[in-house]
Design a protein around this ligand. Structure first.
Ligand SMILES: [Zn+2]
Length: 445
């Protein structure tokens, strides 16, 4: 039966509000859900006879969740810039990302997504929230990403990055693609696939496009948008709308909707209150922010105000554990104080909030080991060299466990990655196809 098996001889790390470590544990998974877990003898006494997988003491824990990604960026790896090195964020967009996304073909979109999802399950990722752009091939682009995600077998929440970069026609196509794909997901009813409304950022979305995008968009489905990533977004909004970008977006249509706002680095003081008031979720991407030298979001302050902050990679890689490590150091560095970021808040941003966000969007319990939760799991080859407990899990994660080899990844109890192999995908052949496509892209971008 699909999604049904019994893990034995596991070191279970539950995550959730109060993480626990269960040694010599077992887990009974049936029809994709966790039906029982705990001490081996107790679980084995209750579970029906199922196919068993002996983990020989390896770590069994929830799969990683990436709250903000850009899979289309995959072919930028190793690319040579065609102009002078960008001196600021707007130039990074103009000289790298807006040139690259414009050159993407439908096949590039599919291959870069297939590569990204493959790399994700290699690192134990079971859910990816993506924000996609390919202005030359907008119509149907989200289908290509969905094709890749279903082929790999992990969960994906997809959207198209609507913007006015390519005039009214491009904006209309972006709006239509989001709506078409959201309706497609509704009719498909695959529990691994869902949609959001993608908007690039205030700087590239004019009032008419914002209005059009929200016109038919269902009020309960999130809007995924970049906010105040750099001062250029803020300066443009103040100049054009006489209000900073978050205030402008909320007042002009987003205030009664679920909003996922990536970055939020340069908010004005009153906008921080707006985050809490309107239950905006902030996607925090510390490595990308450092790489673009755009600043450090005041995450600790957001959390103190009651704002949800979830960790993403922003396309830097497909491994959120790398961002968890950056999260743990950037805020201390920024504060010039080793106490600059509360330990509990690191855990909240890296684990609890991504799990909450994904659970809400996919309508099922994700990101923790609990009865009835989805069996979205990874197995790590990590033999702790110091005592491992629920209380010190995060210390292990940040300083060794997060980089440990992933032995296997399961989504709803189905194995998608096992001992270096992704089910149904010839990874060497995929990389060859990607190299060929990237070489062509690099010639024409
Ligand atoms: Zn982003």
């Amino acid at each position: 039966m699909p999604g049904t098996l019994l893990f034995t001889n596991a070191t279970i790390v539950t995550l959730g509000e109060t993480p626990e470590v269960i040694r010599n544990g077992a887990m009974w998974v049936e029809n994709g859900k966790i039906r029982g877990f705990g001490a081996s003898e107790e679980v084995l006494a209750l579970a029906p006879p199922l196919a068993r997988l002996d983990l020989q003491g390896k770590i069994l824990m929830p799969g990683q969740i990436n709250s903000h990604d850009h899979l289309y960026s995959a072919f930028a790896r190793g690319i040579a810039m065609k102009d002078e090195a960008p001196a600021n964020f707007l130039q990074i967009l103009q000289r790298l990302w807006w040139r690259l996304d414009q050159a993407l073909t439908s096949e590039d979109v599919y291959l870069s997504a297939l590569l990204g999802f493959t790399e994700a399950v290699f690192r134990g990722v079971t859910t990816v929230v993506d924000h996609h752009a390919s202005p030359a091939v907008i119509d149907g682009s989200l289908d290509r990403l969905a094709e890749a995600s279903l082929q790999v077998g992990l969960r994906a929440c997809l959207c198209y990055e609507t913007s006015d970069r390519h005039g009214e026609g491009g904006a209309r196509q972006g709006v239509a693609e989001n709506l078409r794909f959201a309706r497609h997901c509704e009719s498909l009813r695959d529990h691994r696939l869902t949609a959001a409304l993608g908007l690039h950022a205030s700087i590239t979305v004019d009032p008419a496009t914002l209005k059009l995008a929200l016109k038919e968009w269902p009020a309960e489905v999130p809007v995924h948008v970049h906010v105040a990533e750099d001062m250029c977004d803020v300066e443009h909004s103040l100049r054009t709308y006489s209000r900073p970008p978050l205030q402008r977006l909320l007042e002009d249509g987003l205030q009664d909707r679920p909003v996922w706002a990536a970055h939020c680095i340069h908010l004005q003081p009153h906008e921080k209150e707006l985050l809490a008031k309107h239950s905006v979720t902030v996607m925090h991407n510390p490595r990308s922010n450092m790489n673009n030298a755009v600043g450090c979001a005041p995450v600790q302050e957001f959390i103190q105000l009651g704002v949800s902050v979830a960790l993403g990679t922003d396309g830097m890689s497909q491994d959120p554990s790398e961002d968890a490590r950056s999260l743990a150091v950037i805020h201390k560095h920024q504060a010039g104080d080793p106490r600059g970021f509360d330990w509990n808040n690191i855990y909240r941003v890296a684990f609890l909030e991504p799990a909450r966000l994904a659970s809400q969007r996919f309508g099922r319990l994700l990101g923790e080991i609990a009865l009835g939760a989805e069996a979205d799991l990874m197995v790590l080859e990590y033999d702790p060299p110091t005592p491992l407990t629920g209380g010190n899990f995060l210390g292990h994660w940040l300083f060794g466990m997060g980089t440990a080899p992933v032995w296997g990844t399961w989504v709803a109890g189905d194995c998608v990655f096992f001992k270096g192999q992704v089910a149904g995908i010839d990874v060497a052949d995929l990389k060859l196809r990607c190299r060929t496509a990237a070489e062509k892209l690099w010639e024409r971008w």
